[in-house]
Write a protein that binds this ligand. Structure first.
Ligand code: NDP
Length: 800
């Protein structure tokens, strides 16, 4: 028997297990076998696969592998349910979401235990983080459902939404997907991850219990192929995916040209940056949360510790001491810090990458204690002496493995932080508010936490930059992912004004050059516009530009791949534009408008000569272009971000940041206005651009150079390459230094752009050439500004 003194010395924790009785009873009720939940009913189990508890390596249930027939049935149910769900009042949908939130709370204990058993994460996390956040998400989105008609006027739900989620936060990812989709008036087909389907099954029961109309939520279990069948289904209008960048890329390609809306939340290698004035004890607890939360199986895990050199040794020593006291064990033990890794395949992946780190010369450190051996456990691991280019510093390990590197200056810390193709999240630790708020905007990441980490809330958007994907989940910004402009708005008008006279037969005898009486009859030497200068096309070819009736209007240069590369380089060199103030950018947009107004007649004559729309219509196009430039001059300093109302003592600043270098391929109609309508919002928000003007009518763009030259537009902010639109647009989409491509044209061209964009997961915005550019509602506004920006949420807690 041990004495009190001895107990004090060892201070061993006793076991504090959470009961699994209720969860086992629930599994028993279902005889531990599950089909799918389709059209408000459970399907009979079919071919099943095992669901294993990672902490015990024992099979706890079997789940049906969804076939394409199952997916068809689910999509069909969702499609049939859509009109009824949409026809409900916003308030009625809000009440359903509210009821789901209540249902989640009512069953919170079952859900928390089931999640721990299914995923291996600790009950402390499922009970205190996952499940409360799930309820919060449904409450918050009940609010957006209620406010839909006023806050999103002119928009409607996209339709049937296919949603595919990973295993690391099974129920939370389900909530992040389903809540905004339903709030926006969509119906859904969701596939849980094969490793972790059980809480989705319990969720289906809740949905059933509250009487959600059949078909509004459908859940189909299965492997990757089941996910692929959802992605490929022609009746699915949007795909929302969370998972690996690799599968994200496959989905980007598979949906290319399909017209499906897409949001991707992918991997990361997020930096956790510690400056020399940081409070190191808080930092240590922060690191525990950043990389050992959910065993490091977190897309935004702070997996790269970047420490200022002067404090490195002290911090590493403190960290090792803390790691020595972490507890790994049964996820249902309430005193455990880390549970089990989700599956043997993931455990092997972690082991393999750790071995690679050792082989590449880094120093590996693990605590002295041993992990349990009956399940899939892995100890917290710290690497030092890591080269920034080494595998473990670059690849997402998705396990409890932290790699530490040092830096000397804040500039170096930013360079190191951004030295990754990802851009999901970052933590910045310093007692200096000046430093924190100087660094946060410089980091390429969708979320930045100041003196904190892994904070999530339904009111603040979450999502990535660069290869971490696009789109946001949570906040008002997340709602836009599930909405489209109300069908019918302005479309009829578009068809009315669209000027599409058929081209006269090729080879028709051309009328006199500059046939329109007032267009200049001078033979101009056609060039491209790159880096603020007129540049000869690399191929030295030009093409003859004809009017619809066959009159030769002029010549335009034939840009090629090399010209695009030069233009991209120039656009990169002009990135200082993103740091210009909104006021400065506004001044330049107004100046362009002013110079265009001074030459309005000349531009109208040119439009008329190229398109033969008549002088009056051409003049209206020029006027609309001037007005549009004014609109974005106005917006340049007014497209504010938001301060989200997150439930911490602090604020989350949602900042609209430019995307970077944007390629813009214009449609054929309205050669001047179509171009201005796209370029103006892009540059108003601080992007630099490479523009491919209207292919049949490019001369308004080549005339535009001289306007740009006299309007103080910095070199490289607008580059113009004329030529074969679809070919040049694809070159832009393939280019790894282009961050976004906008494309207006035919479906085939859109497909090519979207497919090629998968190379660096650049953002794409494609639409058919049927927009009424003259209509302010359709041709300008927030839709364009949203496309020109990405939201960074900077969390700043305050108080001592
Ligand atoms: P995946 O990206 O493969 O899986 C995510 C989801 O997509 C799962 O539901 C999966 O089904 C499904 N899926 C797989 N292939 C396809 C496809 N071709 N079309 C449509 N859906 C598909 O991640 P894994 O679970 O395989 O994990 C692999 C690695 O990905 C991890 O080691 C980790 O590095 C990373 N990862 C990143 C996550 C993140 O949040 N960033 C989350 C999960 C993993 P199924 O479950 O049957 O595979």
């Amino acid at each position: 028997m041990s004495t009190v003194a001895e107990i004090f010395k060892t201070m061993e924790y006793g076991p504090a297990p959470e009961s699994d009785k209720e969860a086992l009873a629930w599994l028993g009720k279902h005889e531990r076998v599950f089909g799918h939940y389709i059209d408000g009913a459970w399907t009979e189990p079919g071919d099943t696969f095992d669901v294993v508890n990672p902490a015990t390596a024992k099979v706890i249930a079997r789940v049906t592998n969804g076939t394409t027939d199952d997916v068809d049935a689910a999509v069909d149910a969702a499609k049939r349910a859509l009109p009824g769900w949409r026809a409900l009042s916003a308030h009625a949908r809000a009440r359903y979401l509210y009821a789901i939130a209540r249902g989640v709370q009512k069953h919170s204990r079952l859900l928390a235990v089931l999640e721990s058993m299914d995923n291996g994460k600790s009950i402390r996390e499922t009970r205190d983080i996952d499940v409360p956040l799930v309820a919060r998400h449904f409450y918050h989105h009940a609010g957006w459902a209620q406010l839909l008609e006023t806050e999103f006027a002119g928009y409607e739900g996209v339709g049937v939404v296919g949603q595919i989620i990973p295993w690391n936060f099974p129920l939370l990812m389900l909530a992040w997907k389903i809540a905004p989709a339903l709030a926006a008036g969509n119906t859904v087909v969701l596939k849980p991850a094969e490793f972790t389907p059980l809480t989705a099954m319990a969720f289906a029961e809740i949905v059933d219990e509250i009487g959600l109309p059949p078909g509004v939520v459908n859940i189909v279990n299965g492997h990757g192929e089941t996910g692929a069948a959802i992605v490929d289904h022609p009746d699915v209008d949007k795909i929302a995916f969370t998972g690996s960048t690799e599968v994200g890329r496959i989905i980007r390609k598979a949906t290319a040209g399909s017209g499906k809306k897409l949001s991707l939340e992918l991997g990361g290698k997020s930096p956790f940056i510690v400056y020399d004035d940081a409070d190191l004890d808080s930092v240590v607890e922060g690191v525990v949360d950043a990389i050992w939360f959910n065993q490091g199986q977190v897309c935004c895990a702070g997996s790269r510790l970047l420490v200022q050199e002067s404090i490195q040794d002290r911090l590493i020593a403190k960290l090792r001491a803390r790691m020595e006291r972490l507890r790994v064990g049964s996820p249902l033990d309430k005193a455990v810090d880390m549970g089990a890794i989700v599956a043997p395949v993931q455990l092997e992946r972690i082991k393999g990458l750790v071995q690679q780190g050792v082989d590449e010369g880094a120093t590996m450190w693990q605590p002295s204690w041993a992990c349990p051996t009956d399940g899939y456990f892995y100890p917290p691991t710290l690497f030092t002496d890591v080269q920034p280019s080494s595998t473990i510093a670059q690849v997402e390990i998705f396990g409890p493995v932290l790699v530490a590197m040092s830096f000397r200056t804040p500039e170096e810390s930013v360079a190191l932080a951004n030295n990754t193709p990802y851009g999901l999240a970052a933590s910045v630790w310093t007692e200096s508010i000046n430093l924190a708020l100087d660094i946060a905007p410089k980091i390429k990441a969708g979320v930045v936490w100041v003196n904190s980490t892994n904070l999530f809330d339904a009111s603040a958007g979450f999502g990535g930059y660069r290869e971490s994907g696009f789109g946001r989940e949570g906040g008002k910004e997340g709602m836009w992912e599930y909405l489209v402009r109300s069908r019918g708005t302005g479309r009829a008008a578009s068809r009315r004004v669209k000027q599409a006279p058929s081209r006269a037969a090729a080879g028709a005898k051309s009328a006199a050059r500059g046939s329109s009486s007032e267009s200049p009859a001078i033979d101009r030497t056609p060039k491209l516009f790159i880096g603020g200068k007129q540049a000869r096309p690399d191929g030295a070819y030009t093409r003859r530009i004809q009017s619809p009736s066959g009159a030769t209007v002029g010549e335009s240069p034939e840009g090629n791949r090399k010209d695009i590369r030069n233009a991209v380089e120039a656009a990169h060199a002009a990135k200082g534009w993103s740091r210009a103030t909104g006021h400065n950018r506004a001044q330049i947009l107004y100046y362009i408008a002013e110079n265009l107004a001074a030459r309005a007649d000349e531009f109208a004559a040119r439009i008329d000569a190229m398109t033969e729309v008549g002088r009056r219509n051409a003049a209206a196009e020029v006027d609309a272009s001037i007005s549009r430039l004014f609109s974005y001059g106005a917006w340049a300093d007014k497209y504010d971000g938001a301060v989200h109302n997150v439930p911490i003592r602090g604020v989350a600043l949602a900042m609209n940041e430019p995307i970077g270098v944007v390629g813009i391929a214009c449609g054929d109609t309205h050669p001047l206005l179509g171009m201005v309508s796209l370029v103006a919002p892009a540059i108003a928000m601080g992007n630099t651009t490479i523009v491919v003007p209207s292919e049949p009518h490019p001369l308004s763009a080549t005339d535009f150079y001289s306007i740009l030259e006299t309007s103080d537009v910095p070199a490289g902010v607008i580059n113009i390459v004329t030529g074969a639109r679809d070919t040049l647009a694809t070159v832009l989409a393939e280019h790894d230094d282009v961050d976004a491509v906008w494309y207006v044209g035919a479906r085939d061209g859109a497909r090519a752009v979207e497919f090629a964009s998968a190379s660096n997961m650049k953002r794409t915005w494609t639409f058919l050439d049927d927009r009424d550019w003259l209509d302010r509602d359709e041709g300008e506004g927030r839709e364009f500004l949203r496309a020109a920006t990405q939201v960074k949420n900077i969390w700043v807690p305050y108080g001592e």
